[in-house]
Write a protein that binds this ligand. Structure first.
Ligand code: GRF
Length: 202
């Protein structure tokens, strides 16, 4: 049996942090052989920072810079240095509302993951659950994928389906999708933890 050290995860988010909580619970209950080395947010008031504090995980605020939907290249370079310094195996985007670009993508090739609330490639972008309701599809779900320079376009790792029910609102569908997310993300990380550590870890 292999005896790898725990997978070292850096979790980045802008929101309430329910996916982060699911991952940290999986670590705490030994279902996921990993360690969260940091939780980072571009929003100083984000719930994800309180989630991290409850689990005793160190937190950092990312300087949002001048653009709303991406990071300044200098900030990304700094972030890449910090994440490398923490010997991060995987950067886990969990509701991080900014696009990640070249300096960071180059620093962590196929080592940045995201979870998206639709069955990609359907409904990339914002409020995917609302897009699904408006399109009238019978099912939706969530997708964990590697991050590339596009918006929700990276290689798919795993998906989980949920039904769209009669009378669903965008909110009720999102709540059902989130239940699936909270199982899928820790499970994907568990599978990655069972594989040899990614090349490039320093
Ligand atoms: C999730 O629905 C995720 O799919 C999307 O952003 C949301 C984050 O929610 N990328 P939370 O902060 O993990 O609760």
């Amino acid at each position: 049996m292999r005896n790898d050290p725990p997978l070292r995860l850096a979790i980045l988010g802008s929101g309430s942090g329910s996916n982060c909580k699911a991952i940290l619970e999986a670590i705490d209950t030994k279902k996921l052989p990993a360690r969260a080395v940091v939780v980072m947010s571009d929003r100083p008031d984000a719930g994800i920072l309180r989630v991290a504090a409850k689990f005793g995980v160190p937190t950092t605020i990312i300087d949002g810079g001048s653009k709303r939907s991406s990071l300044d290249p200098a900030t990304e370079r700094k972030l890449a240095r910090e994440l490398r310094g923490l010997e991060t195996d995987y950067v886990v985007l969990a509701g991080f509302m900014r696009l990640v670009r070249q300096p960071l993508l180059d620093a962590f090739p196929r080592r940045i993951l995201n979870i998206h609330p639709s069955l990609l490639p359907d409904f990339p972008g914002l409020e995917a659950w609302r897009q699904a309701i408006e399109a009238g599809v019978p099912k939706s779900g969530c997708t964990v994928h590697f991050v590339d320079a596009g918006m929700d376009t990276g290689e798919v790792i795993a998906r989980a389906e949920v039904p769209v029910l009669d009378g669903d609102t965008p909110e009720s569908l999102h709540a059902r999708i989130q239940v699936a997310e909270h199982k899928l993300y820790p499970e994907v990380l568990r599978q990655l933890a069972a594989q040899p550590r990614p090349a490039g870890r320093t």
